[in-house]
Design a protein around this ligand. Structure first.
Ligand code: DSN
Length: 439
C-alpha cells in the first residue's frame, strides 16, 4: 500500500486502523468473514477499469474478450460447485440479487411469502418499508413456539394466500432448514421456491448443511459470508426451475441488465471466481465442518453459563441469544462485548417485544474466527469472556420512554466503553488473537 500511503495518507491510516481492529478482536458477526489475500488481490486489479454491460459474447461495449473469459470461468466454477445448470454472477450484492429474482418472476402486486424479519428473515423477503413489500404484496410466516419453522402453519398460510413465490433461507436461524418440505409446499400451491442461502452457502459446499438445489427453483447467495469470497452475489436456477419455466434463466439475465443494473463489477467477478476455486478444495470442506463444530461447542459452553439460546443450541454457524434472563438488552450487551473485544450484533429474538434498536438478543457466529484457526478447545475461552462481560452489564436498564431512553443510553454508553473490567478482557482477547494471524 505504499502508493496509497503517498497519495492519500488519511485513507491509508484509516485502512491500517481497520486492519488492526480486525486483528485484535474476535469478529463474531455471523455474516462476516476474512477473505483470502488472493481474493483481495483480484479485487484490486485493472479489471475495475472496464465496462461490460451484457453477458459473455453479448456485450454492449467492445474490449470484453478477457472479461468474457473471467465471467464464464466464474459461472462454470459456480455451476460445478453448487450443481446447478445456470448461474448469474453479476448481482452487486444480496439485496440486488433478490430484487432481480422478483423482477424476473413477478408482476407488480404479486405476492411474496417469506419469514418475518423479526423472526430471522431478511429485509428483501417481504419486510415492511422495503421494495419487497411496497411493490409486491407480502405475507409473512413466523416461527412456532419451539422457535423452529412450523411447516403446518407455513402450509396453511401458503394454501390461504397462494403466493407466487415462497422464500426460505434466513439470517438469524440457528437450525437446519428443511428445504425438501419447503419445496413440497411451494409445489402444492404452484409457487416458485426461492432459497436464499447467503448465510449457509459455505456450509452447503462443505456438506454440513443440506442443499436446496433439488427442491428450490431459484437459489440466491451472497459470496462474502460463509463462502468467504468478496462482497457480491449470485443467482442460480436449478433443473427444477428450468422445468417449471424454461425461460427462467433468460428472465433472470434480463432482470439484472437492463432491468436493474448497469455494468457488472468485473474485479468482483474475478474475485468471486477465485473464491469459488478456493471453495472447491478439500481444505474448504474442513473449514465448513470446523465452523459448525465451533458453533456447537460454543453453544454448549454458553448454555453452561446460563445463556438462553434460541432453539436451545446451534446446528449451523450461528447462535442467537435471548438475554432476557440476564436482565440486559441486546444493545447494551453488544456494546459491552465490543468494548471487551468481541464483535457481535444486537438482534431481535422470536416473539420479541422490545424495539429493533434495543432488542432482547444478540446474534453471533463462528465463520470468521474459524478462518483464523480457532477450534473447539478455544470456545470455552470465548464463552467465558462473554459470560464475564455480560455479568458486568447485567441490570443496566434503559427506560421505555423514547426521549428518556436516548439520554440514559448516551450516559450508559460513555460508562460502558470506559469500564475497566471490560477493557481488561479486551486486552486478554488481544493477546489471544495475536496467536491467530489473519490470511
Ligand atoms: N447483513 C446481512 C446479515 O448480517 O445477515 C444480511 O443482509
Amino acid at each position: 500500500m505504499n502508493l496509497l500511503k503517498r497519495v492519500d495518507p488519511i485513507i491509508y491510516k484509516l485502512v491500517l486502523a481497520e486492519e488492526k481492529r480486525q486483528k485484535e478482536v474476535l469478529e463474531m458477526i455471523p455474516s462476516e468473514n476474512y477473505t483470502s489475500k488472493a481474493v483481495m488481490e483480484a479485487l484490486g486489479t485493472v479489471l475495475t477499469n472496464k465496462y461490460s454491460e451484457g453477458y459473455p459474447h453479448k456485450r454492449y461495449y467492445q474490449g470484453n474478450r478477457i472479461i468474457d473469459d473471467i465471467e464464464m470461468l466464474a459461472q462454470e466454477r459456480a455451476k460445478k460447485l453448487f450443481k446447478v445448470p445456470y448461474v448469474n454472477v453479476q448481482p452487486l450484492s444480496g439485496s440486488p440479487a433478490n430484487a432481480a429474482v422478483y423482477m424476473a418472476i413477478l408482476n407488480p402486486g404479486d405476492k411474496i411469502m417469506g419469514l418475518s424479519l423479526a423472526f430471522g428473515g431478511h429485509l428483501t423477503h417481504g419486510a415492511p418499508l422495503t421494495f419487497s413489500s411496497r411493490f409486491f404484496k407480502s405475507v409473512q410466516y413466523t416461527l412456532g413456539k419451539d422457535k423452529l419453522i412450523d411447516f403446518t402453519e407455513v402450509e396453511k398460510l401458503a394454501l390461504k394466500e397462494k403466493p407466487q413465490v415462497i422464500v426460505c433461507g434466513f439470517t438469524a436461524y440457528p437450525s437446519i432448514i428443511d428445504f425438501e418440505r419447503f419445496g413440497e409446499i411451494a409445489d402444492k400451491v404452484k409457487a416458485y421456491l426461492l432459497a436464499d442461502i447467503s448465510h449457509i452457502a459455505g456450509l452447503i459446499v462443505a456438506g454440513v448443511h443440506p442443499s436446496p438445489v433439488n427442491y428450490a427453483h431459484i437459489v440466491t447467495t451472497t459470496t462474502h459470508k460463509t463462502l468467504r469470497g468478496p462482497r457480491g452475489a449470485m443467482i442460480m436456477v436449478t433443473d427444477k426451475g428450468l422445468k417449471k419455466n424454461p425461460d427462467l434463466a433468460k428472465k433472470i439475465d434480463s432482470a439484472i441488465i437492463p432491468g436493474l443494473q448497469g455494468g457488472p463489477h468485473d474485479n468482483q467477478t474475478a474475485a468471486i471466481a477465485v473464491a469459488l476455486l478456493e471453495a472447491s478444495k478439500p481444505a474448504f470442506k474442513r473449514y465448513g465442518q470446523q465452523v459448525v463444530k465451533n458453533s456447537k461447542a460454543l453453544a454448549k459452553h454458553l448454555v453452561a453459563f446460563g445463556f438462553d439460546l434460541v432453539s436451545g443450541g446451534s446446528e449451523n454457524h450461528l447462535i442467537l441469544i435471548d438475554l432476557k434472563n440476564k436482565n440486559v438488552n441486546g444493545a447494551v450487551a453488544a456494546l459491552a462485548l465490543e468494548t471487551a473485544g468481541i464483535v457481535v450484533n444486537k438482534n431481535g429474538v422470536p416473539f420479541d417485544t422490545n424495539p429493533p434498536f434495543y432488542p432482547s438478543g444478540i446474534r453471533l457466529g463462528t465463520p470468521a474466527i474459524t478462518t483464523r484457526g480457532l477450534s473447539q478447545k478455544d470456545m470455552i475461552k470465548v464463552a467465558d469472556w462473554m459470560h464475564r462481560t455480560i455479568e458486568e452489564v447485567k441490570g443496566v436498564d434503559l427506560p421505555t420512554d423514547k426521549e428518556k431512553r436516548k439520554e440514559v443510553w448516551k450516559a450508559k454508553k460513555a460508562e460502558i466503553v470506559k469500564n475497566k473490567k471490560l477493557l481488561d478482557i479486551a486486552k486478554e482477547v488481544k493477546n489471544f488473537t495475536a496467536k491467530f494471524p489473519i490470511g
